[in-house]
Design a binder for this molecule. Structure first.
Ligand code: SF4
Ligand code: SF4
Length: 221
């Protein structure tokens, strides 16, 4: 597998994380800055430094960003004065962590689901198969599995684009589930798989709708 193909895949991963970062930053930056990064912990940056894939993503995006003595530092070495310095290559756990104050920033439950969904995309794409995790692969493993890795990254891009297209027209659609979802929102981690299923259902419904419309168009022609 040529190095250029791996670099292209790393770049697509960087693009995905940057879009997610912009979405999260636009919504949550003020709350996180006021909070001071209470959820950030010393051991989390190690997940990036020790994973061949995330380290390569982060170095391609930022150069070598960690200090040589990172193992003896207290606090997370990715934490800068304005929050996490990793716009790409961030530990997937850090993306998927959404605390209650952040969820409270969302205007409605559909927006909660949207943010949970997009925040989980980096973690979802790294589960290449039930037994193979992208973050555990070394360079040879990445090379051997690159077509599957590229497919997962492109799928995440497609799902992100679909979710963004859905967020406005779908607002309020989940009102009938408001009480149940409100209770679930008080347990954010438990909500994540449910939120993902809700968004995937909506995307599938939207795709079915456009296929029928396409079919209709063809019939009319
Ligand atoms: S995610 Fe929550 S706990 Fe972490 S820095 Fe932001 S507001 Fe604070
Ligand atoms: S990698 Fe970034 S988000 Fe994760 S703990 Fe460190 S500073 Fe916080």
């Amino acid at each position: 597998m040529p190095a250029a193909a791996i670099e292209a895949a790393l770049d697509r991963h960087i693009e995905l994380e940057r879009v997610i970062d912009r979405l999260c930053l636009a919504k949550f930056a003020g709350t996180c800055i006021a909070c001071g990064g209470k959820c950030c912990r010393a051991n989390l940056a190690a997940l990036t430094i020790e994973s061949w894939w995330l380290r390569s993503v982060s170095v391609r995006a930022h150069g070598k960003w960690w200090p040589d003595d990172w193992q003896s530092r207290s606090g997370c070495v990715a934490q800068g004065p304005e929050g996490c310095v990793l716009k790409a290559g961030r530990p997937t756990y850090c993306w998927s962590w959404l605390c209650e104050p952040l969820l409270a920033e969302c205007a409605d439950l559909w927006e909660v689901i949207f943010h949970v969904f997009v925040s989980e995309l980096p973690a979802e794409l790294t589960r290449l198969t039930p037994t193979m995790d992208l973050l555990q692969l070394d360079e040879a493993g990445v090379t051997d599995n690159l077509p599957l890795i590229v497919e997962r990254i492109e799928q995440a891009h497609r799902l992100l684009a679909e979710a963004k297209a859905l967020i406005d027209p779908a607002a309020g659609e989940l009102d009938k589930h408001r009480v149940g979802l409100h209770l679930l929102c008080r347990m954010p981690r438990l909500l994540h798989p449910i939120a993902r299923e809700a968004m995937l259902d909506r995307i599938a419904g939207r795709q079915d709708g456009s296929s029928s419309r396409d079919a209709g168009d063809k019939e009319e022609v």
